[in-house]
Design a protein around this ligand. Structure first.
Ligand code: NAP
Ligand code: GCO
Length: 267
């Protein structure tokens, strides 16, 4: 069988990227658009959707934006029905929307913990469940769950996030197990530390102008010796969304500059 670079193309495909007005979601959606896909995104507020629409327009991308909170099953089902009406049946889902609450576990209320699990784990379950019937009907589908280093590692202050992202890794493997026979591939991308608004507090300059200690820690812990950029996730996302990865299923592709491979600098 001969190989063709066309297997990376997404022409004619419809991709839903959740929470993609800015940050990682926007970068991934832009790359999928560049590869030929039609982009649909949602965000939880009208303001974010408008901000996103303006950003896509500026980038020369025709995108369809909708307000829908990924934790609201009825709103997500309405979103998928509306997309079917306006654009068509979704071929590619990127479960990107996510939140983090950084606080020591003993200070975290059960309600805060529940909220993180709700957005970061129940959300992907709800959206995947809503798009799967259309994918089954079409005879193919790609689901990419945005996982994290915290799908593998823990650290002080991110108990809810690590529990959710660890769960998302296993949801990925389970969707692969349950729907592989329907020609649906479900994989994860595990970004390392990426410079986005979500991680801005970890990079804030100190009063004396020096770099945040966490910033210095990440540079030292990353063999690539830098924070990732959202753009670092674009190639991996196109690969996992395209026919080039049709026999890759249930895999988490860590895009972390080597953090998970490295024990850390010797003293
Ligand atoms: P971000 O800058 O905070 O953007 C998150 C996006 O999700 C925003 O558009 C946000 O909308 C949206 N969102 C939040 N809750 C939502 C909900 N309930 N329904 C719909 N949309 C919702 O985050 P990011 O850094 O780009 O991260 C994107 C994904 O990558 C997340 O899943 C995150 O956990 C994961 N990740 C990030 C990093 C990193 O280093 N940055 C590393 C690993 C994994 P609003 O505008 O309404 O807030
Ligand atoms: C944190 C960070 C991380 C990253 C990312 C790592 O506080 O440790 O926010 O959790 O956002 O998910 O892969």
């Amino acid at each position: 069988m001969s190989f063709s670079m066309d297997s990376f193309k997404l022409d004619g495909k419809i991709a839903l990227v959740t929470g993609a007005s800015y940050g990682i979601g926007f970068a991934i959606a832009s790359a999928l658009a560049d590869a030929g896909a039609t982009i649909v995104f949602n965000d939880r507020s009208q303001e974010s959707v408008e901000k996103g629409m303006a950003a896509y327009k500026e980038a020369g991308i025709k995108a369809y934006g909708y307000v829908a909170d990924v934790t609201n099953e009825a709103a997500v089902n309405d979103l998928v029905a509306k997309v079917k009406e306006d654009v068509g049946t979704i071929d590619i889902l990127v479960n990107n929307a996510g939140i983090i609450k950084r606080m020591p576990m003993m200070e975290m209320s059960a309600e805060d913990f529940r909220q993180v699990i709700d957005v970061d784990l129940n959300g992907p379950f709800i959206v995947a469940k809503a798009v799967l019937p259309g994918m089954i009907e079409k005879g193919h589908g790609k689901i990419i769950n945005i996982c994290s280093m915290m799908s593998e590692l823990g650290r002080e202050t991110v108990s809810g996030y690590a529990a959710a992202k660890g769960g998302l890794k296993m949801l990925t493997k389970n969707i692969c197990s349950e729907f592989g026979e329907a020609n649906i591939q479900c994989n994860g991308i595990g970004p390392g530390y990426i410079a986005t608004p979500q991680t801005a507090p970890l990079r804030e300059k100190q009063a004396d102008g020096s770099r945040h200690p966490f910033d210095q820690f990440i540079i030292a812990k990353t063999p690539a010796a830098r924070w990732g950029e959202s753009a670092d996730l674009q190639g991996p996302a196109v690969f996992l969304a395209s026919p080039a990865s049709d026999f890759v299923n249930g895999h988490i592709l860590y895009v972390d500059g080597g953090i998970l491979a490295y024990i850390g600098k010797q003293p």
